[in-house]
Design a protein around this ligand. Structure first.
Ligand code: 3PG
Length: 307
């Protein structure tokens, strides 16, 4: 079996070495396409491979068409909105993700951005502390849960809203359960977003939801740019002089926001939440192992499409 790792944003060298080792030890062939510059490079590279490991790389219908031997695609990470599931399913290609493997890295970045901005970008000007403040976690999955744990270490009061998670599970973590997104947003000064991008969530963080946030309203988005309603975001900056937005997934209106509200926003230059040696290693090796387990035992535990 030929297993291709295709990543515009490369894994760390040690992660690539480990993935290669896992693939070769299982008697399979390892192929690597990193930092590719055009979609055509990807189309060429997938032609002859059986399995594909990607990150946020766009796996559209064309890639799936070009990969006519493909049996499995693993998104080394959580969100698989970059993979055309319908096209993959139509060709009976199994699609998987590697949930939880890169979550800690993303959760740590949430606090990295909060501290940076709360301390005035380390300029020496007086800042504000996190202790005693309320943080609302919107979507309590792997990342959200770790954000809650770390927030408690900072002495924050932690709340969560997630329609897909049992109340008891949230409360067992010592986190306060909120019944609705509206109640979470109206209670918490800080909101950390951990929603996937799908038809239901796209544009769902809108002005109506944001406008009721208390004084010092701050959104931290390490999830997906699509979940924010961009006009609503801009309106919040215009209407609320206290509103701040820190994001690892810059919106399309980033330049406008940055030019007018530079002191109240922060955008990483490139999405980098999961870009740590540990997250690369965990998600990359998990992806390779899942492919091997699928090929050898038909293991589909992490399959995200159905056919
Ligand atoms: C994920 O969905 O796992 C994260 O957003 C990380 O994405 P990345 O692989 O592009 O860093």
């Amino acid at each position: 079996m030929k297993i291709l790792v295709a990543t515009v944003k490369p894994f760390s060298k040690s992660a690539v070495d480990s993935i290669r080792e896992v693939v070769r030890e299982s008697g399979n062939e390892f192929l690597l396409l990193e930092k590719y510059e055009s979609h055509t490079d990807l189309l060429d590279a997938v032609k002859d491979v059986d399995a594909l490991i990607v990150r946020s790389d766009k796996i559209d219908e064309k890639v799936i068409e070009a990969g006519n031997k493909l049996k499995i695609i693993v998104r080394a990470g959580a969100g698989y909105d970059n993979v055309d599931l319908q096209a993959a399913t139509a060709k009976k290609i199994v699609v998987m993700n590697t949930p939880g493997q890169n979550s800690n890295a993303v959760a740590e970045l949430v606090f990295g951005m909060m501290i940076l901005m709360n301390r005035q970008r380390y300029s020496g000007a007086a800042g504000v502390e996190l202790r005693g403040k309320k943080i609302g976690i919107h979507a309590y999955g792997y990342v959200g849960r770790i954000v809650g744990l770390i927030a408690k270490g900072f002495g924050m009061k932690v709340y969560a809203f997630d329609p897909f998670v049992e109340k008891v599970m949230v409360e067992n973590d010592g986190v306060k359960w909120e019944e609705t997104a509206e109640s979470l947003y109206s209670k918490c000064q800080y909101i950390s977003l951990h929603l996937p991008a799908n038809d239901k969530t796209k544009g769902s963080i809108n002005y109506d939801l944001l406008k009721n946030m208390p004084e010092g309203a701050t959104i931290i988005n390490t999830a997906r740019k699509e979940v924010i309603h961009e006009d609503g975001l801009l309106r919040m900056f215009q209407v609320r002089k206290d509103f701040r937005y820190f994001s690892d997934v810059a919106p399309d209106n980033k330049d406008e926001i940055e030019s007018d509200y530079a002191d109240r926003c922060f955008f990483t230059p490139k999405k980098m939440g999961a870009q740590t040696a540990e997250a690369n290693l965990n998600s990359g090796v998990a992806a390779a192992t899942q492919i091997i387990n699928f090929a050898e035992e038909g293991d589909i535990k992490f399959m995200v499409n159905k056919f």
